[in-house]
Write a protein that binds this ligand. Structure first.
Ligand SMILES: *Cc1c(COP(=O)(O)O)cnc(C)c1O
Length: 401
């Protein structure tokens, strides 16, 4: 592989799509699209049109015309383009954290008599905190997996902690720190063999890595939409519930609100859940927050998720090669095999905290993760190979400065 950025950009079939993003024409080097994706130019138009026409013009009629069903219609589209999910299983709304809570509570309620929830010590903090809270609330025990911090949860890690007491396994598809790409299908099989459900967090994979929730037999999944799905700060998360759990009624979430009830506008005396995935909703959904996501899902459909993954792999391979060549004192704290790596890498050095701070002042934007990791996020459609080269060069200068 050549390490010449101009050659790589010239040979990148997805390169023209980069111009669709706000700020792509500036010299700023953005290596944190896995924390907050860049906005699409189309979204600026869409937000203005929404305020003036859809909200300003249609007013309350907008609910009947589009908004009431948008969490489910957009969920279906996301399921089709990004998640490998047939219609009727995905809803958009709430934050990832809130959906993790709803899903974990629903899962343990569906496995009565079982006393343990399995999660790994290096999972994202909110995932661990939610699991601790649900365990405390429901009188369950957290069974911790100690996974390799430069890797992630493997079948060998999971198998020994499973048993007849396991109610639920919670894993991230891509580990937020190392970038490790878990074998969700294999982990789901293990969980099911033990009679447990699996809850998969897709925050760091959806939009960069192909996901096949139906084929992998996942029970429930959540993910955010402001990372590789470019929905904007605080854009709502999505939740997936396998149709088998919706059809047999085994999925019951704890925040019973009118928007997830069987008939929202009967204003009935007591709650009965809606049929299907609508039952995941609680209150009025955040419509404005879905506008950016609508645009990005269509862009991903245009590009094709397999092509997005191919570019993602090329970008992380390129970053690793440059780090190996140019930053001899830095350790790659991510898997070296692209087959088990998502869309970002972490590189470690004792000075990475101050390095990150100095880079931000120079418009080179990676992020820092405790204790010594600089994370290089490579959002496939908005990142060029030139940005990667400039970014790694700037890291080298900051380390030697
Ligand atoms: C980003 C991220 C979250 C964020 O949760 P919010 O409720 O959106 O703040 C959760 N889990 C993982 C794995 C993440 O990467």
């Amino acid at each position: 592989m050549t390490l010449d950025a101009a050659t790589l950009d010239a040979g990148d079939p997805l390169a023209p799509l980069r111009e669709r993003f706000v700020g792509a024409d500036t010299p700023l080097v953005y290596l944190d699209g896995n924390s907050l994706g860049r906005p699409l130019r189309a979204t600026a138009q869409r937000v203005r049109a929404f305020v003036e026409d859809e909200w300003g013009g249609r007013l309350i009629r907008g609910w009947d015309e589009r908004w009431y069903d948008l969490p489910l219609t957009l969920g279906d589209r996301l399921g089709e383009v990004v998640l490998g999910a047939a219609p009727g299983q995905v809803a958009v709304g709430d934050s990832t954290t809130v959906l993790l809570y709803k899903m974990a509570r629903a899962a343990v309620a569906a496995r009565p008599g079982r006393s343990e929830i399995v999660v790994d010590r290096d999972n994202f903090p909110t995932d661990r905190y939610v699991v601790e809270g649900v365990a405390a609330e429901c009188g369950l025990t957290v069974r911790w997996i100690e996974a390799d911090p430069d890797g992630g949860v493997t079948a060998e890690d999971l198998a020994p902690v499973l048993g007849p007491e396991t109610a639920l396994v919670v894993v991230s598809h891509v580990a937020y720190r190392s970038g490790y790409l878990a074998d969700v299908e294999g982990l789901a099989r293990l969980a099911h063999d033990a009679g447990a459900w699996i809850l998969v967090d897709l925050c760091h994979s959806s939009g960069a890595v192909p996901v096949q929730l139906d084929a992998w037999q996942v029970d429930v999944a959540v993910g955010c939409t402001y990372k590789y799905l470019n929905g904007g700060p605080g854009s709502p998360a999505f939740g997936y519930v396998a149709s088998r759990h919706l059809e047999d009624g085994s999925f019951a979430q704890p925040v019973q609100g009118w928007m997830g009830a069987a008939d929202s506008f009967t204003m009935g005396p007591s709650y009965a859940p809606a049929r299907g995935i609508r039952r995941l909703l609680s209150g009025t959904p955040p419509i404005v927050g879905m506008l950016g996501l609508e645009d990005m899902v269509e862009l991903l459909a245009e590009a094709g998720i397999e092509a997005v993954r191919a570019k993602s792999v090329a970008l992380t391979e390129y970053a690793v090669a440059l780090v190996d060549r140019d930053l001899p004192d830095v350790r790659v704290a991510s898997p070296r095999a692209p087959a088990v790596r998502g869309g970002h890498i972490t590189i470690a050095h004792p000075r990475m905290r101050e390095v990150t701070a100095s880079l931000w002042e120079r418009d080179v934007i990676p992020d820092f993760r405790m204790p010594d990791g600089l994370r290089i996020g490579l959002s496939p459609l908005s990142t060029s190979f030139g940005e990667v080269a400039d970014g790694v060069a700037a890291i080298g200068q900051a380390l030697s400065g």
